[in-house]
Design a protein around this ligand. Sequence first.
Ligand code: SF4
Ligand code: SF4
Length: 397
Amino acid sequence: MQYRKDKYGNKLSILGFGCMRFQKKGSKIDIEEAEKEILEAFNAGVNYYDTAYVYSGSEAAIGEIFERNNMRDRINIATKLPQYLISSRNAIDKYFNEELSRLRTDHVDYYLMHHMTDVAMWEKLKKIGILEWIQEKKRAGAIRNIGFSYHGNTENFLKILNDYDWDFCQIQYNYLDEVSQAGVDGLKAAAAKGIPVIIMEPLRGGKLVNMLPEKARKAMQASGRGWSPAEWAFRWLYNQPEVTVVLSGMNSVEMVEENVRIASETQAGSFTEKEFAVLEKVKEEIKAHEKVGCTGCRYCMPCPKGVDIPGIFRCYNAMYTENKREGRFQFAQTVGLTKEPSFASQCVECGKCEKHCPQNIPIREKLKEADKALRPLPYKIGINVVRKFMFRKRSKK
Ligand code: SF4
Ligand code: SF4
């Protein structure tokens, strides 16, 4: 195994165990199988295990496995505060104490504000006293590193990143998301501040393996490297020294063995021009199914009316390069549920953005098309209901 360092110089295995996809026995986690996989990873040097309050049964399962195998002091647990469920200081304590009890531990090594998509979420947490709470827990040794996991756009990521002295952060990042969500700009900004970056969704939820167009697969095969689609994706990430840990939701011993092999072989900076060219070809094939040729360069931004132009186009494209549900889901996450609305319907057709677009995209026309596809009536109603719940009617817990 290879290791990179956290903010305080502690060694983290570059492969992290994502604990949300364990096999099930009936409706419960197959604990025997999960234990085999975890022990295989542990014996190979994996020392970072990522879970969350909302990953059903996961915290309790790994707590049991770590205790039974006497592993607690030799591994790092990362878990998350379900901040979207919280509106009072008491609720923070309630969730945190429940997590400690499920994990059978008195401290969390890496604690994250879960699923931030918007700076408003961070502001809300600050209002209910999260800064004092973090300080208290760190002083008591109950939290060793504090961070956040993120799914919104680059601007909001940078705002949250720069608003606090974080110990680490976690972002969705893979060769297809190089310029979306926090993106490469977010990754580099965090690294420049000395903040370790944990990567989630290295395979885009398996899509970079299961849903690759035939021509993309062929481009990989023709390279003669002999790497599987997953290996291409992992190697692209490990190649970047700014990446600290790559999480993989492993659910078989074979998968652990294969991922450990890739993590022990790949060096930062080892990707060749030829290998970059293969992935460019793969992206081209994926993008051939796109509806708008937007590269995500953001030259059109900011829109004076707050429209998230590249974000909307990315989700519109995802409807056709992945599937409709996925595109709409991404839209809800990154555009639909931010506190300041950034819908295409806010466009007043001033045309400012089109003057800056190097791809000469008829942005106004394409935004209308995208909005129609991304927000058919039932989705529009659904998003409005969730927005009302999230931003106006959060009840005290
Ligand atoms: S045309 Fe619409 S999207 Fe473009 S800058 Fe003006 S308001 Fe924003
Ligand atoms: S300038 Fe054009 S290509 Fe760049 S993000 Fe905006 S719409 Fe996309």
